[in-house]
Design a protein around this ligand. Structure first.
Ligand code: NAG
Ligand code: NAG
Ligand code: NAG
Ligand code: NAG
Ligand code: NAG
Ligand code: NAG
Ligand code: NAG
Ligand code: NAG
Ligand code: NAG
Ligand code: NAG
Ligand code: NAG
Ligand code: NAG
Length: 366
């Protein structure tokens, strides 16, 4: 009995020792983090008098009392990200967007094996997108948008990670090169946002073969070219397709007509040609926003396809459209923005209710 009790004491002792050790590591990591941020007043209650789990932005595990989440969005923090954060062994959430961090993402963060969520968006981070992010196998959501990351998108992000759901690299105007094919093999992806970079090349012809859950594909504002792959039909869950402000060309493939959940279709400022595909559009019954402006569409606007109950925005301006404005536009019950200017359209349709003040159309006379 005494023996057992002794063993128990030993075990308890060991536990409390290792616990207080890990607390000390966590605490010193956070103190270093604060030190690297020029001692912002936002972290005023990060005082060694209080337990770290009560410091602003810090959350701990219920049992082990180690830091599991560091969430400090929009606090005007300046400075660099301390490499000591890599010592927060139990960290699952690192959420520090909309501050003013500079420098690189320190490679010590590659030790955060449990990390599921990283958001460092809207800071001033530089350097290349670290390849070691691909080694964080629990990572589901990765937000690196609106920084000054440069170089290419490394394939290694996608080789071993089978859990990634969100990839947001928008507005790092220095990211250039091709979109790695490996990205399209991550079947867990729900959202890909690569908008406003300097990416070039084509979309892979089998882009949707392995991403059946994809809801958002946004690559607007790059230097991409080529056709929209017919294989897009396999992205059946797609709600947002933003290809605007690139050099895409060719006809709009009829396969887009299978995307019955599509809400936002933004193809403006490309080099698409052919006629406006009425049959295809008519199938997109969830559509809210359709922007085809500044392309090279020709022919007349089709009469069919305008039974879209949710469509609020329709822009067909700055193309080479001819003929009349179809009466069927009157069926668009939710429409409040219709832009048709800079075409070669000839006549108005009399039955259209242009005067209805509850529907503030904004359009220029062609
Ligand atoms: C704070 O950071 C500076 C360098 O930026 C370093 O010299 C100093 O030792 C750090 N202090 C603590 C308490 O970590
Ligand atoms: C933050 O404050 C500590 C103590 O006042 C000081 O030692 C350290 O140099 C400061 N760090 C920076 C980056 O200004
Ligand atoms: C620090 O501030 C946060 C948010 O205001 C508060 O929830 C927390 O209790 C404070 N911690 C201490 C030790 O005062
Ligand atoms: C941090 O504070 C130091 C000393 O006041 C200053 O020299 C340095 O430029 C500051 N760094 C940033 C990133 O604001
Ligand atoms: C934490 O990490 C820093 C830098 O990565 C390292 O120098 C330090 O020894 C580590 N501290 C502890 C207590 O493990
Ligand atoms: C990034 O730095 C530039 C120039 O130093 C500054 O104008 C800009 O506001 C900074 N961005 C953020 C998000 O703090
Ligand atoms: C971000 O920090 C840079 C210098 O480090 C400074 O010039 C800039 O004004 C800061 N931006 C904001 C929004 O605080
Ligand atoms: C993927 O995992 C394998 C096995 O652990 C490893 O050998 C390889 O280096 C990893 N590749 C990347 C790109 O992380
Ligand atoms: C419209 O959708 C239906 C059902 O998904 C499909 O059978 C049909 O081929 C589609 N038509 C066009 C023109 O895309
Ligand atoms: C539109 O098509 C015409 C005729 O094929 C061509 O001359 C013109 O360059 C094209 N314009 C654009 C913006 O692609
Ligand atoms: C319209 O077509 C003419 C001739 O076919 C071409 O020169 C012009 O560039 C086209 N305009 C647009 C906006 O594509
Ligand atoms: C104006 O449009 C609304 C919404 O579509 C409709 O309910 C209303 O009857 C219209 N008013 C007139 C005067 O046509």
């Amino acid at each position: 009995m005494i023996f057992y009790f002794g063993v128990l004491l030993l075990i308890l002792n060991y536990f409390s020792l290792s616990l207080s050790n890990s607390l000390t590591t966590d605490e010193s990591s956070l103190i270093a983090f604060k030190n690297y941020t020029n001692n912002s007043t936002s972290l005023h209650n990060w005082s060694t008098q209080a337990p770290i789990c009560r410091w602003i932005g810090v959350s701990c595990g219920a049992k082990h009392r180690c830091v599991t989440s560091l969430s400090l969005p929009g606090l005007s923090l300046q400075g660099t990200i301390a490499p000591h954060l890599g010592n927060l062994t139990f960290l699952r959430v690192l959420n520090i967007p909309s501050n003013n961090f500079t420098g690189v993402l320190p490679s010590e963060l590659s030790k955060l094996r449990r990390l599921e969520y990283i958001n460092v968006g809207t800071n001033n981070l530089t350097g290349e997108i670290p390849t070691w992010l691909g080694g964080l196998l629990e990572l589901r959501r990765m937000y690196l948008h609106s920084n000054r990351f440069s170089g290419g998108i490394p394939s290694s992000l996608f080789i071993n990670n089978s859990r990634l759901e969100v990839l947001d690299l928008e507005n790092n105007q220095l990211i250039r090169g091709l979109i790695p094919n490996a990205m399209f093999n991550v079947s867990s992806l729900l959202s890909i946002n690569l908008a406003r970079n300097k990416l070039s090349g084509n979309l892979p012809i089998n882009m949707c073969s392995n991403t059946p859950q994809l809801r958002n594909f946004s690559v607007g504002g790059n230097q991409l070219s080529g056709d929209i792959p017919k294989n897009i039909a396999q992205c059946r869950e797609l709600e947002i397709l933003e290809l605007q402000a690139n050099y895409f060309n060719g006809d709009i493939p009829t396969e887009i007509g299978f995307l019955s959940k599509l809400k936002y279709l933004l193809l403006w400022q490309n080099e698409f040609k052919g006629s406006i595909p009425g049959q295809i559009i008519g199938n997109l019954t969830s559509l809210i926003w359709l922007n085809l402006q500044s392309n090279n569409f020709t022919g007349s606007i089709p009469k069919q396809g305008w039974n879209l109950p949710s469509l609020t925005f329709l822009a067909l301006d700055s193309n080479n459209l001819t003929g009349t404005i179809p009466e069927e536009f009157g069926n668009l019950a939710s429409l409040n923005n219709l832009i048709l200017s800079s075409n070669k359209l000839t006549a108005w349709c009399k039955s259209l209710d242009w005067q209805n003040t509850t529907r503030a159309f904004s359009f220029a006379i062609p």
